[in-house]
Design a protein around this ligand. Structure first.
Ligand SMILES: NC(=O)C1=CN([C@@H]2O[C@H](COP(=O)(O)OP(=O)(O)OC[C@H]3O[C@@H](n4cnc5c(N)ncnc54)[C@H](O)[C@@H]3O)[C@@H](O)[C@H]2O)[C@@H](O)CC1
Ligand SMILES: [K+]
Length: 207
């Protein structure tokens, strides 16, 4: 998938636009669950990579429907990837989105996880490359212990996207929005409930 992303960028498709498309698709799935389960308390959790950027964009799309939510940024503004920073800048004046930085208040993040009814997991995508330590470990653990309905962006955070193997911990989502196309291991029966989102990768470069 990393190669497909790079090919799309070389082709002329900016990551920021694919992130925008991912955000809209994730928002559409959120809207369905909000309606189905009459959800009020929504928490979006964004890591510092582009997986986080997709869920930041999803937050903005959801706010367009008049829905309020809380957005946790794992780390600081400066630790975000460049495309994610753009999407964060688009919500800086958005009154529907309350931003919480984990670097400033981890306790609050953990209690928000406990209190939420819908959690969007944008902690790690295909970029995870090592075991998870704190604060990410405690956050993933709290998400798994919560009663919230959990939707993951692209890959459940903590799983190696190529092999499907868990590092030392992973989010256990109720639902997954896979970007572009499913990873091979996802096709195993009963692995996960997922939908595939078109994020605008041109078919010419899909190999
Ligand atoms: N076409 C694209 O490129 C798009 C990609 N998106 C998403 O972006 C993801 C790939 O983005 P990235 O390559 O930025 O990767 P990730 O978003 O998976 O995150 C990588 C970041 O996490 C850090 N990291 C890795 N393992 C860690 C660990 N165990 N503990 C703490 N930090 C750790 C890395 O140092 C890096 O800063 C994809 O899975 C996809 O979901 C979408 O959001 C939008 C469009
Ligand atoms: K994820």
């Amino acid at each position: 998938m990393k190669k497909i992303d790079q090919n799309a960028v070389t082709y002329g498709m900016p990551i920021e636009l694919m992130m925008e498309n991912a955000g809209r698709e994730i928002c559409n799935e959120m809207l369905k669950k909000i309606k189905k389960y009459k959800i009020k308390k929504i928490l979006v959790v964004a890591g510092n990579g582009n997986n986080g950027g997709g869920v930041i964009a999803a937050s903005r799309h959801l706010s367009i429907y008049g829905i309020s939510l809380k957005l946790v940024i794992l780390g600081t503004k400066n630790s975000l990837s460049t495309p994610s920073k753009l999407h964060l800048s688009l919500i800086r004046k958005n009154p529907k989105i309350q931003i919480i930085y984990s670097s400033k208040n981890l306790k609050k993040v953990l209690s928000e996880i406990q209190n939420s009814e819908l959690i969007i997991d944008g902690i790690f995508g295909i970029g995870i490359n090592r075991d998870v330590i704190d604060p990410h470990y405690s956050i993933i653990s709290a998400i798994n212990d919560s009663n919230a309905y959990v939707i993951s962006n692209d890959v459940p955070s903590g799983i190696n996207a190529d092999s499907g193997k868990i590092y030392n911990i992973a989010v256990k989502p109720n639902y997954l929005v896979v970007l572009h196309k499913p990873k091979k291991w996802m096709m195993r029966p009963k692995t996960l409930k997922f939908i595939v989102a078109n994020i605008g990768i041109p078919i010419e470069i899909d190999n």
